[in-house]
Design a protein around this ligand. Structure first.
Ligand code: FES
Length: 114
């Protein structure tokens, strides 16, 4: 059985914007960049803490990279690869998603026990 969990409407995520998403204990964020959508865990691989400067603010000023607010690590938007900063070579955790009726959703397979 597949469990679908809606996260946000794509219409709430304009081009070049980012949005933090709380899902229980999980902290995620979505990015809309050059017409593509990305979803990552909101956790810097350097210290394991949230990345954003301010609520819903995850990109550098030029909006070319995801930037950690704490020590300034820069991550590519498309792969989450750190290309500068104390965790160079590490990656953000990318989250798979599906789009259903204009919403970004998590789709997780759950096993049924009999
Ligand atoms: S915690 Fe993100 S660069 Fe140090």
């Amino acid at each position: 059985m597949t469990t679908i969990t809606p996260l946000i409407l794509i219409s709430e995520l304009p081009e070049n914007s980012t949005k933090g998403i709380k899902l229980g204990e999980r902290n995620l964020f979505a990015v809309n960049h050059q017409g593509k959508l990305y979803l990552y865990e909101n956790r810097c691989p350097h210290k394991g803490i949230p990345l954003e400067w301010m609520p819903d603010t995850f990109l550098d000023v030029e909006k070319q990279f995801i930037q950690c607010a704490t020590h300034g690590a820069l991550f590519t938007i498309d792969e989450g690869l750190c290309i500068a900063g104390p965790c160079t070579g590490a990656t953000l955790t990318s989250i798979e998603f599906v789009i259903i009726e204009g919403q970004i959703c998590l789709a997780s397979a759950s096993e049924t026990h009999r």
